[in-house]
Design a protein around this ligand. Structure first.
Ligand SMILES: [Zn+2]
Length: 98
């Protein structure tokens, strides 16, 4: 008797196919999180997220991501904060003119 033959472990590679409703929701998600959609579309996504757990989780993830990106951008958008940091760095490096 010979062992070692492994025949027929056929695991079908099933692609995850989102329903069109979900695809639409995910596609509009960034605008939705940005409140850039009109009231009707906002309501449609709201409604979908309320009923669809995977999309809701996805939305939560994206929201966290966007918040983080906004935080970084805010830091970079403040020229005075950058100026203070640059001047402090110059001072630390002994390059201050004072
Ligand atoms: Zn969905």
């Amino acid at each position: 008797m010979s062992a070692g033959d492994n025949i027929g472990g056929g695991v079908a590679g099933q692609a995850i196919v989102f329903p069109p409703e979900c695809e639409q929701a995910v596609r509009a998600l960034w605008d939705y999180l940005d409140s850039a959609l009109d009231a009707l579309k906002m309501a449609v996504i709201d409604d979908h997220l309320a009923r669809c757990a995977p999309c809701r989780e996805h939305a939560q993830f994206e929201r966290t991501l966007i918040d983080r990106i906004r935080g970084i951008r805010r830091e970079h958008d403040d020229p005075s904060a950058l100026r203070v940091r640059v001047l402090a760095a110059l001072h630390d490096a002994g390059l201050s003119r004072q």
